[in-house]
Design a protein around this ligand. Sequence first.
Ligand SMILES: Nc1ncnc2c1ncn2[C@@H]1O[C@H](COP(=O)(O)OP(=O)(O)OP(=O)(O)O)[C@@H](O)[C@H]1O
Ligand SMILES: [Mg+2]
Length: 466
Amino acid sequence: MANAALGVNEQTPRQIVAELDKYIVGQAEAKKSVAIALRNRWRSRQLTGPMQDEVIPKNILMIGSTGVGKTEIARRLAKLVKAPFVKVEATKFTEVGYVGRDVETIVRDLAEAAVRMVRQQRMDAVQEKAAALAEERILDVFVPQPKKTQNPLGRLFGGGDDEAETTEQEPKKYQAGRDWVKKRLTKGELEKELIEVEVEESSRPMIGMFSGSSLENMGDNIQDMLGNMMPKRHRKRKVTVAEARKIFTQQEAEKLIDMDAVSEEACQVAERCGIVFLDEIDKVAVHDGTGGADVSREGVQRDILPIVEGTTVMTKYGPVKTDHVLFIAAGAFHLAKPSDLIPELQGRFPIRVELQSLRKEDFEKILTEPQNALLKQYRALLETEGVELEFRPEAISRIAQLACDVNDQSEDIGARRLHTLLEKLLEDVSFDAPDMEEKHVVVDEAYVDTKLADIVVNRDLTQYIL
Ligand SMILES: Nc1ncnc2c1ncn2[C@@H]1O[C@H](COP(=O)(O)OP(=O)(O)OP(=O)(O)O)[C@@H](O)[C@H]1O
Ligand SMILES: [Mg+2]
């Protein structure tokens, strides 16, 4: 393989957990098993010979009630891993109109992700070369190549001295012109100059026609076919030199890479390193004693099974074997239990981790600590209006406590409760912000109690249930 590092994270489990810690509070167990699974990827890459094939990843099943961070872990993982990553909701396959939607699309999407990765990596590798070629093309626009002697006959018959002179002069003048423009380009003097460039029209008129149906992939293939058959449409655009440089560099880089090789490597990377996150898996489990839709749910499980077990799916980039793909499934399992999944599928998820229900201390941290913490978000939003929000520690503690209470007394919707509470808490500031005279708002315990009085006093919580 061209690049051993592609698709494998070098971080140690500790480093991976530390990375996840930046966004997700608690749930140490889930983070740990995910980190181990990633590290095992790296380990198996170090193996040689048949052993490498023998080691297949241990799939993970994450169980935890709603709003405790399952999907959030997946989202953060997607950003963190250097592997092709696909996140899909199992319920997608039972939706009206999706019935019979080919679960193989999961693998096709994985291949697609891998192609994007490999392609990007190769584009990066030729970046310098492409940039140099792009510079030449910009020079061509300013100082076009001199035309070859227009009249070959004139030359044949030795049509006078002046003609001979121009043919000798031209290259010199041309070179001098280019050197001059080049100098100015390097100095950045021409960046804002407008030039005309030719761009390819990326028209895919049929897009959307098949989307959402099982014809989707067929549609894709037809589009590819037609795309290749029809001549590419070109369009002239006036852009600045700076933009032209970007466009040309992109075009040149594309010319420099070999898409067949990309496809081939991508399929390998997808097979070896691919990770599929199957969210909402509990929604396709069948809790006994009900009919109707359950048939299709169980059908979905049966459809998913071969892919998790290991099968070969034909993608437009080539065949992809799923034996070594890592699957992480997650579900709240409120109604159904993991044991309501068909046994074969259960068996494919040997690692079970439970996510903990969130408590007051967790809520306090969720409000303040993650890099995108809710309070930070609100503060940043209101700052755009020139309003400075200050949250006192007692206020934060109070909000966390309220979230906890409401979750206990009505439905436990985890950290989502914080979203509803904060929205209510800051409703007035959000509305008044542009007209406010006093631009400094202090949110203390009293403020929280006033704004959330309904909840504090009558505890009629029904209206805060999502
Ligand atoms: N442990 C946590 N740390 C930080 N934020 C969290 C945590 N748990 C949940 N959140 C926040 O709460 C919201 C809902 O979380 P998430 O989507 O992960 O829930 P979920 O576990 O997937 O629930 P569901 O079963 O309903 O899909 C997100 O905005 C997320 O950022
Ligand atoms: Mg979720």
